[in-house]
Design a binder for this molecule. Structure first.
Ligand code: FUB
Ligand code: ZN
Length: 641
């Protein structure tokens, strides 16, 4: 860990995005997704699964009022992950145990949106929600509507499953963001009060537990950075160091003794410094690894950082889909074994790719190397964007690379795969996560340190770094052309990422190559013209991925392409690329030379082998993130070759 090389992302308020590709997406999130999610939280969307989120906060606020008035409050069971009319009483908590986090994520997205686009009405709505949240907090700082409504005695008794530390993490993230956006302190005070209680509850001589679903670790570091309260960092470190310690805490809290294998799901099977591989529930994993990277940086803990590097390498080299998706199996929404990357059964939760971006961004800041930013780009332009419809009104939770609507309906192994985006989900973790990432995308473009700046994502806009103003005019998404004006305040080393897909880059300034960046120094204002020559290419996959032998995909710039039934007819498995294909690029589509096998069902299911008959065709491909916007149909990323 070289402190001199470490860099920081810019604060969102110092960035102003203006980009032909991203403007539309950001305004869809601001004008459609954020208001839509507010209505979803209030259960106002017809035909969508109920959220019950605000309803729970109201019930909790009422309970708190009763407690303060010395009135009796009912006790309900706290023994499930999900509560509805059928399995719980009327006055009890409803929804998933982590339902509170949806409101926190919405508030975080709102905060980022307010930073770049002030909106008094939206801020008023957020303030109302915040005052509701504050009125649902117990006097000792505890804040989780499930336990406040159902049974306060049970708080912190099922850390493995029931998510109160996860909800705290999202509360803290939202609180820090809302403070940064508005300087208002109500939510931050609530988060700190809960954080103080957590610090008083957990520790070497106190409760030895840690979160079953990680995020509190990185949230505590964020609170520490904002408030300077050292105990928040110490608590994050404690949680990380306790994971996998024996006796397993998750055993102790349920009075049993196991070999800990089950805790792979929670990344708690081994102490984190002994972990070499990304395992278990994918979102949990990348949130933990992000927290580990934060703590490693703040405490200069090399062994912890080494574990982060090993795990990142394992993901990047063996567990990452071409689309930037992670988590190959629906069994536990989890990472699978190395090179197990099925296309049709893939889980690839939108949240998992978002979490991967958090992890990669932290690694990039600690050790600026372009491959971290490459992973961010891969996840962002493909799986993350695919999580939302172009109109911002429906969402994917699971992002497979191959879909046949009939199979989704009839094959129970594919029940998790939806062939059209959904209006909302009872378990609605992904849409608000997507909203908070897209609304804060400005802070993922550039990192800086004392010596210079690193341009990591070529998104257009104006960026006020400490030692330079950087203005980017970008047509990166469409043509790979970018113009960057840099006005330094002192001599600065400029690093421009050469994207992983770029075979030939033309950069108007003379540069040397260093860790994947084109590097040069300047002390005067300069304008650099960049042309990352973009053309469609066929991409092969390691033959250790058994699924993709004899197959290829198409990539153009940062986008992975896919083939849809709408453009190519049914039975996409019959299509072959011509390996010597020419490509045409027209109106956002790529056209490739290929063949279609002529269907041969007449002779029955089995017959003497004959060379298959093919007919030539032009295969039409659309960027993966845009699939499923024209009705239900088959889709494939990899085709035969
Ligand atoms: O458990 C909370 C969230 O719900 C997870 O992060 C998602 O994977 C979904 O299971
Ligand atoms: Zn999710």
């Amino acid at each position: 860990m070289d402190k001199n090389r470490m860099a920081n992302r810019l604060k969102l308020k110092n960035t102003e995005i203006d980009d032909p590709f991203w403007n539309g997406i950001i305004s869809t999130v601001r004008n459609e997704v954020i208001p839509y999610q507010y209505r979803a939280l209030k259960d106002e969307i017809e035909g969508a699964e109920k959220s019950r989120c605000l309803e729970n906060f109201k019930k909790a606020a009422l309970t708190v009022e009763k407690i303060r008035n010395g009135e009796e409050t009912p006790v309900y069971e706290c023994d499930k992950w999900f509560y509805d009319e059928n399995n719980s009483e009327k006055g009890a908590f409803k929804g998933w145990v982590f339902q509170d986090s949806d409101l926190y994520k919405w508030l975080e997205a709102v905060s980022y949106s307010l930073i770049n686009s002030p909106d008094i009405k939206l801020e008023e709505k957020a303030d109302e929600c915040i005052s509701l949240i504050c009125s649902a907090q117990l006097d000792n700082g505890y804040l989780d509507t499930l336990y406040i409504i159902n049974d306060r005695e049970k708080g912190f008794t099922n850390l493995r499953d029931y998510h109160e530390l996860y909800c705290f993490g999202h509360l803290a993230e939202a609180a820090a963001a809302y403070f940064e956006a508005t300087k208002k302190t109500a939510l931050l005070n609530a988060a700190c009060k809960f954080a103080d209680l957590i610090c008083d509850t957990f520790g070497k001589t106190k409760c030895l537990g840690y979160p079953g679903h990680e995020i509190a670790e990185m949230a505590l570091v964020r609170l520490y950075r904002l408030t300077g309260e050292r105990k928040y960092l110490d608590c994050a470190k404690f949680f990380i160091n306790q994971r996998g310690a024996k006796p397993f805490y998750f055993d102790s809290e349920r009075n049993r003794k196991t070999d800990g294998k089950d805790y792979i799901y929670n990344q708690a099977h081994l102490p984190v410094r002994q972990q070499n591989e990304a395992v278990g529930h994918a979102v949990r994993g990348v949130y933990l690894y992000s927290g580990m990277a934060d703590v490693a940086r703040e405490t200069e803990d090399k062994t912890l950082f080494d574990a982060c590097e090993r795990i990142f390498e394992n993901i990047e080299k063996k567990k990452l889909y071409i689309t930037g998706g992670i988590g190959s199996t629906s069994d536990g929404e989890a990472f699978s074994f190395d090179y197990d990357l099925p296309n049709d059964l893939a889980y690839c939760e939108t949240c998992a790719s978002i979490g991967l971006i958090f992890f990669a961004e932290r690694m990039l800041e600690i050790n600026p190397c372009s491959h971290y930013a490459d992973v961010i780009e891969r996840a962002l332009y493909n799986t993350v964007l695919s999580g939302m419809a172009e109109d911002g009104k429906s969402f994917f939770y699971v992002n497979p690379l191959e879909v046949n609507p009939v199979a989704c309906e009839l094959d129970s192994r594919k029940r998790h795969v939806k062939s059209v985006r959904q209006k909302w989900f009872g378990c609605a973790c992904c849409p608000p996560n997507l909203a908070r990432l897209i609304s804060s995308i400005g802070s993922y473009c550039i990192t800086e340190n004392e010596n210079g700046i690193f341009v990591n994502q070529y998104i257009g806009g104006k960026f006020a770094c400490k030692n330079a103003i950087v203005e980017i005019k970008s047509d990166y998404a469409a043509s790979g052309k970018v113009k960057i004006k840099i006005t330094p305040k002192k001599r600065s080393v400029i690093h421009l990422r050469i994207p992983y897909w770029c075979e030939r880059a033309e950069i108007s300034e003379k540069y040397r190559l260093e860790k994947g960046y084109a590097v040069f120094e300047t002390e005067r204002e300069i304008t650099v013209d960049i042309d990352f020559l973009v053309s469609p290419v066929l991409i092969g996959c390691s033959n250790l991925v058994s699924e993709n032998i004899g197959k290829a995909a198409v990539q153009r710039g940062p986008f992975i392409y896919c083939c849809e039934e709408k453009d190519n007819g049914k039975n996409l498995h019959l299509l072959y690329f011509n390996e010597k294909t020419n490509f045409e690029y027209k109106d956002g589509f790529v056209l490739a030379d290929g063949f279609r096998l002529i269907t041969d069902s007449e002779g029955g299911l089995y017959k003497k082998y004959e060379k298959p008959k093919k007919e030539k065709m032009k295969i039409k491909l659309i960027p993966y993130y845009r699939w499923g916007n024209r009705g239900e149909n088959e889709m494939r990323v990899y085709l035969n070759i």
